[in-house]
Design a protein around this ligand. Structure first.
Ligand code: ADP
Ligand code: ASP
Ligand code: MG
Length: 602
């Protein structure tokens, strides 16, 4: 007999008929001899409806009252599902998050789970009952015992956290698609089902816009080694398995607040090539990285900063042994790029053969804006200047001067209380066997913020991102321009980053205030952007992946506004109106499209 946690999303419990179908599936699982805990979402689009009601009354509703309101959606579906099970002769009981003992932080509308008191659940299971739990909600610690919610899409988080707390043999996420697909089938109808994906890849995809699984749920699965499956509630097909590495034993106390950073990594074998003042038009990145790929040069970090006038900067890192060949490619291409330019500025190649990459890694940094800020302030306090920054959901990497590397590592290890290890030189077999690109995602809900003329000295990034973190604003795709400009005799750079659109105005306020006080330049905000990304473990070992992505976008006539990469993902910002076309082109270019039709319920 196994203990299984099953989660059914909104569409899966969207009508009385659907709830009855779910009840039958749960009953079949019990008939196979298993104990079942069911987590359900609110019916259909109930939560959206409740949000709309609140907004009709107040543009900024009180967060506590929002939780009071939104938590009602799930309460309807648990009661109905318990009744449907009882109708089938199956003993069942519905419980709210508070009744289960899901204790969370008190921060309303985005609470993290602190622990789950499983005694009551276990007692009902032992009595032969199916326990139907309201997803997405919990209760703040005593004495307040306030109703909290975990943030939109949070039922996935509830389910995986329950599975971890109960040490369930499996957590099954039932939804309206056959599993995790190569991209969103609503945007790209020929997306294909994946049989398997690693937690690291899914963390990236989920945070880059694939809403099929919430990133916090993936984080818990990864940290606690919860066997996780995503399947359709419409069929018996096996769906997608999300595989987790063998986890370190962890306490269930502070479940979602465990160590945000697992490791500090470094790589002193990096060199940087930057091309400055290249034309801001489709096809330039494709051409540069196409040439590099044809020479079999594997690039690691790639960043392209905001454009100024009609030129851009692109910088990338390669191993030191590849530097001279990479430089030769860049130098050879630069004159050709100049021809495009109508103004007087000239493309220029800069190299730095002694850079080190230092990274902090860990699934616990998701949605915790303070973690990156702490990295930057730690480096600043150690007097280390940051050259390039690259961020992903599970890693923040900075390139620094090689001379600064030891100091940077020591400071970071102390700040995050972890040991450090070099990034393994040999690429693991997992990486060589994994597909270069597993999937693609589009996030149309981002806004780009750029600040001109930030002094180029330690502490600037720290100050900026700490201010944003203090406001609870999560930042993504942080990019510093490569170009230095002298303002009043001071060398300065531009810094650009993205935030979610809903936080853009607040971010603009914070940044504008800081810019005025600290004498930084103009603050620019662009909400009409979309982020298109590709993810795959195998790209670590495969040259040319970036080139193919850029080529696909260029062929579709799409201009790339910003580029940021981590080891297993590449993201490009494009105009919002180009978003879906960009996703489709990239999805096609990596042969992810297939012929098996994916049925998506209306
Ligand atoms: P649920 O209500 O079951 O939680 P969601 O609407 O939250 O379902 O998530 C499922 C939806 O996620 C799908 O209908 C699909 O449109 C979207 N989606 C986005 N990216 C992907 C992907 N890579 N694979 C599968 N579905 C995806
Ligand atoms: N009902 C909540 C929402 O729509 C939680 C969930 O479905 O996961 O966000
Ligand atoms: Mg969902």
């Amino acid at each position: 007999m196994a203990l299984i946690v099953q989660k059914y999303g909104g569409t899966s419990v969207g009508s009385v008929e659907r709830i009855q179908t779910v009840a039958q599936r749960v009953q079949r699982t019990v008939a196979q001899g298993h104990q079942v805990v069911v987590v359900v979402s609110a019916m259909g689009k109930t939560t959206d409806g409740l949000v709309k009601l609140a907004q009709e009354i107040s543009p900024h509703p009180n967060r506590r009252e929002m939780d009071m309101l939104l938590s009602t959606g799930e309460q309807v579906s648990i009661a109905l599902l318990a009744m449907a099970l009882q109708e089938l002769g199956q003993q069942a009981i519905s419980l709210t998050g508070a009744q289960v003992g899901i204790v969370t932080e008190s921060s309303h509308t985005r609470a993290r789970i602190l622990n789950i008191r499983t005694e009551r659940l276990t007692r009902h299971l032992q009595d032969g009952k199916v326990v139907v739990v309201a997803g997405f909600q919990g209760m703040s610690p005593s004495p307040d015992l306030e109703i909290t919610t975990l943030g939109r899409g949070g039922s996935d988080t509830s389910a995986v956290a329950l599975a971890a707390a109960l040490q369930a043999s499996q957590c099954e996420i039932y939804t309206d698609v056959p599993g995790i697909l190569t991209t969103d089938p609503r945007l790209v109808p020929d997306a294909q089902l994946m049989r398997e994906i690693t937690c690291d890849e899914m963390l990236e995809l989920a945070s880059l816009g694939a809403k099929v699984l919430h990133p916090r749920a993936v984080e818990i699965a990864r940290n606690y080694g919860v066997p996780l499956v995503v399947r359709s509630s419409w069929s018996e097909d096996p769906g997608t398995r999300v595989s987790a590495p063998q986890p370190q034993p962890r306490s269930l106390e502070g479940l979602e607040l465990a160590h945000p950073v697992d490791a500090v990594e470094f790589d002193t074998n990096q060199a940087k090539v930057a091309l400055l003042r290249i034309p801001d038009c489709p096809g330039i990145a494709a051409r540069l990285f196409g040439e590099l790929a044809s020479q079999n040069l594997n690039v690691d970090l790639v960043i392209q900063s905001i454009h100024e006038g009609n030129t851009n900067d692109i910088a990338f890192t390669v191993t030191q042994a590849s530097l001279s060949r990479a430089e030769a490619v860049a130098t050879a291409i630069a004159p050709a790029l100049r021809d495009h330019i109508t103004n007087t500025s000239q493309a220029e190649v800069l190299v730095d053969n002694r850079v080190a990459k230092v990274s902090i890694a860990g699934a616990g940094m998701i949605g915790r804006p303070g973690v990156a800020a702490k990295m930057f302030s730690t480096l600043a306090a150690a007097g280390v200047n940051i050259q390039m920054i690259s961020t992903s959901e599970v890693k923040v990497s900075c390139t620094v001067d090689v001379e600064d590397c030891d100091r940077a590592i020591a400071a970071l290890c102390e700040a995050f209380q972890v040991t450090c290890s070099p990034r393994l030189k040999a690429v693991s077999t997992i990486e060589t066997q994994a597909p270069e690109v597993r999937g693609a995602a589009l996030d149309p809900h981002q806004a780009q913020i750029a600040i001109r003329h930030v002094p180029d000295r330690p502490g600037m990034a720290a100050q900026l991102f700490q201010l944003l973190a203090d406001e609870g604003i999560s930042v993504d795709m942080i990019i510093q321009s490569q170009r230095c400009r002298l303002i009043h005799g001071l060398s300065t750079r531009d810094i650009a980053f993205t935030v979610t659109q809903t936080e853009a105005d607040q971010a603009r306020l914070v940044v504008t205030q800081a810019a005025t006080e600290l004498g930084w330049g103009e603050v620019l905000v662009n909400k009409a952007i979309a982020k298109v990304s590709i993810v795959g473990m195998g790209m670590v070992a495969a040259p040319g992946v970036a080139a193919r992505m850029f080529r696909a976008l260029a062929t579709a006539g799409i201009n790339i506004q910003m580029i940021a990469t981590s080891e297993i993902k590449i993201s490009c910002l494009v105009a919002e109106t180009d978003g879906v076309k960009a996703l489709q082109s990239v999805h096609n270019a990596f042969g992810l499209a297939g012929t098996e039709a994916v049925v998506v319920p209306a």
